[in-house]
Design a protein around this ligand. Sequence first.
Ligand SMILES: *Cc1c(COP(=O)(O)O)cnc(C)c1O
Length: 450
Amino acid sequence: MVERTKYILDEADMPTRWYNVIPDLPEPPPPPLHPGTREPVGPDDLAPLFPQALIAQEVTTERYVDIPEEVQDVYRLWRPSPLFRARRLEKALGTPARIYYKYEGVSPVGSHKPNTAVPQAFYNAAEGVTRLTTETGAGQWGSALAFACATFGLECEVWQVRASYDQKPYRKLMMETFGATVHPSPSTLTGSGRAILAADPDSTGSLGIAISEAVEQAAQAENTRYALGSVLNHVLLHQTIIGEEALKQFELAGDTPDVLVGCTGGGSNFGGLAFPFLREKLAGRMDPVIRAVEPAACPSLTRGKYAYDFGDTAGLTPLLKMHTLGHDFIPDPIHAGGLRYHGMSPLISHIHELGLIDAIAIGQEDCFAAGVRFARTEGIIPAPEPTHALAACIQEALRCKETGEEKVILTALCGHAHLDLPAYGAYLAGEMVDNNLSEAALEKSLAGLP
Ligand SMILES: *Cc1c(COP(=O)(O)O)cnc(C)c1O
């Protein structure tokens, strides 16, 4: 008998609904607050930034949301994505564990981000919006939104964190190829950007600053809205197609996960994979341990404070109750750019507070060691972000080797590294350092909480 390596769903078996975990939780997450009144924000407060359909999804109490046909059509360019059994990695580790990974690198931009970029562009276009603004760090989100905007005929304007803009020209070229306009952030085009540059003309930027710039532009310009690639409820909702597919693929495999690991920047690929499994767990149909993995240099879940904070540096967004390192926090320039955000999704933060998931932090050297090990066995070079999940997955598999437990581990391989190879170059040259966050730096940035 052939030992199966991958589990592929037919296009016709692609899930047609996203799953909203909120109604299944023992209590709902605390609401976002208006920064002025400290009252819960209403739809009118969000209308300058988001289309009505997404505002409705942000607060929906429905368990399922139908995926529009037009969005399904675009999804089918790469979905359903494959679930792999990592037999070669298992063998190399000598573990009795069975390791599976759900691979999102098959999308047009090489990550899970288009799963939400496409519906966001669709709903905006359907409501007559003609231009979207956004921020991007390493460029995964910006390129996903640029692709999605091209698909639905929208203009796309991206503020890219200066450090990445200078170091990673390929993502910028990808965004421009899809038709987007890209500015380095901080820029002189916005009040927030000019304020930062006045204080520090050489600022290399941060996601928090780039968000301020994109939000400011969207709030001021006609027919323009803002799009966020992580953190918010509607983004995590769209990403649940990953977990819904994986559940069907586990049925094909005749297996059930005991441990699920994913990397967390804002929490969207992790939530997207984990929430459908959390539904099954809460219903008593399976009982996986669900583990978030974050960088030691930007450890919002493991060392941040669970408090109301701004989503951006200038303080233009509503206050979100989340695990945060403080909105002024500028993380060290680690290579996993997608994990360099000061906060964590309020929904993931809440679920962590409820004790339904656990969280660990790992330094980047261990992560890249895991990435190289994975590449040399499975043949896919993982993006710097999911090397965190793989490092945790390997830790768990090695524990199984000691105890002899045949655990089933599922990990989210949310992207490949084809445009992040310089990070591997630094690792292979022995030039990578672990930037562990000092207690003093953490205290300083937490002092700025509103
Ligand atoms: C953006 C990104 C992340 C971090 O965002 P999440 O919302 O936490 O998923 C992780 N991995 C990749 C490949 C990304 O592009």
